[in-house]
Write a protein that binds this ligand. Structure first.
Ligand code: SF4
Ligand code: SF4
Length: 112
């Protein structure tokens, strides 16, 4: 493990394949712009969103509210989720209009 305060290269800190024993203490993010390159979806809560596109009215509320920019658009239409970055917070399900209810949070691995 690194000694407290010891500098670690930004490439090492940004790698998700690095053994925990070699990571910087506190999992520090050393620089901006790493969010797209690091697949933080591995941190997901155990639930993941699934969309029924036949119900979606493409109001984009889920896209606006997602804190991880994990709702995928094609033009102005929602097409699905970026599971490499989705954290399973469920905000998208909560903000989807109740009468539409196009998103369901399901346990990881049963999304089909
Ligand atoms: S569960 Fe959370 S992180 Fe994942 S797509 Fe929905 S709002 Fe975004
Ligand atoms: S909030 Fe619901 S209806 Fe609106 S775009 Fe997202 S999935 Fe579709």
């Amino acid at each position: 493990m690194n000694a407290p305060g010891k500098a670690v290269s930004s490439e090492k800190q940004a790698s998700v394949t690095l053994p925990w024993t070699e990571m910087a203490e506190g999992g520090l993010v050393p620089r901006g712009g790493t969010a797209a390159s690091v697949k933080t979806g591995a941190w997901r809560t155990g639930k993941m969103p699934v969309i029924d596109l036949s119900r979606c009215i493409h109001c984009l509320r889920c896209w606006i509210w997602c804190p991880d920019s994990a709702v995928i658009l094609d033009g102005e239409k929602v097409t699905g989720f970026d599971y490499d970055h989705c954290k399973g917070c469920g905000i998208c399900e909560q903000v989807c209009p109740p009468k539409v209810h196009a998103i369901q949070m399901v346990p990881e691995g049963v999304e089909g």
